[in-house]
Design a protein around this ligand. Structure first.
Ligand code: URA
Length: 265
């Protein structure tokens, strides 16, 4: 009884510890045994020669004179091509999310596409691969748009998709992006859309709806065409929401048909 109780307790404690790590953003095991890094630091031999004291170049702290939104506007305005924009985003250091991300997830698909899809932010798989919408939600997204003849791999602008996100870096533990993060990256999104110059924009979920219209409430907004950045914009529910709520696929299908009708000559 005593042993069984201990095993059960250990199991629950271990499960709770694992859940906590996942919540904090851990998505991969990097070793078989735990390492106590506090002990390592205490045991580490002191350097014989004092380390040079000159400060390492660091990104300027926010709140000390640099307004990240103005910095993003200036950087985005300087990008004349998509390659420029990819570079300026990758070297933008004022967003904390970048520090925890493996990759800057810029975009995928055909830049000449008539339809630009704007998502929220990379998840774990997108962060690993460096491409938007490649996980389970992304696979559903591909199937949804394939059903109306659109694909990110199509070389023909008429049937192609271009896909990007409001945030190019994964928020830890897939938490919702914060308003300050959305505001900071918005100038890049605007420049991105101006450079691709699609005929229509489709926003998937609340974050991109908010970024482009200043409103949330995707369940009310979905299917209702509006305008943003001088372009027709269709709000749709996010494919991750559809995976959790399969009954909402019916409305998503109606939205896809509305998009198809809009694109027909
Ligand atoms: N969800 C998004 O909004 N974007 C991605 O790239 C992946 C999942």
């Amino acid at each position: 009884m005593g042993i069984a109780a201990e095993i059960t307790d250990d199991w629950h404690v271990a499960l709770a510890a694992l859940a906590w790590q996942v919540e904090a953003g851990a998505d991969e095991a990097v070793g078989d045994l735990p390492i106590n890094r506090y002990e390592l630091a205490a045991e580490a031999p002191k350097p014989a020669v004092p380390a040079p004291t000159s400060p390492k170049p660091q990104s300027p702290p926010t709140g000390f004179g640099i307004d990240p939104v103005s910095a993003a506007q200036a950087a985005a305005a300087g990008a004349q091509t998509l390659d420029d924009l990819r570079e300026v985003i990758a070297s933008f250091d004022l967003c904390e999310l970048k520090k925890g991300a493996r990759n800057t997830v810029f975009a995928d698909g055909n830049p000449k596409a008539r339809v630009l899809i704007l998502g929220e932010a990379p998840g774990a798989e997108e962060d690993r691969e460096g491409r938007p919408f490649v996980g389970r939600a992304g696979q559903l997204l591909d199937r949804m748009f394939a059903a109306i003849g659109l694909s990110r791999t199509s070389p023909d602008p008429e049937t192609a998709l271009y896909i990007t996100n409001v945030l190019p870096w994964r928020p830890p533990g897939n938490r919702d992006p914060e308003p300050a993060e959305i505001a900071m990256m918005r100038p890049f999104v605007e420049r991105h859309i101006a450079l691709v110059d699609p005929a229509v924009i489709v926003v998937m979920g609340n974050t991109p709806l908010d970024a482009l219209t200043g409103h949330r409430g995707i369940l009310r907004a979905r299917g209702n065409w509006t305008q943003a950045l001088g372009k027709p914009l269709l709000p749709m529910t996010h494919p991750a929401y559809l995976l959790r709520n399969p009954s909402a696929k019916r409305e998503a299908w109606a939205d896809l048909l509305s998009l198809q009708a809009r694109l027909s000559p």
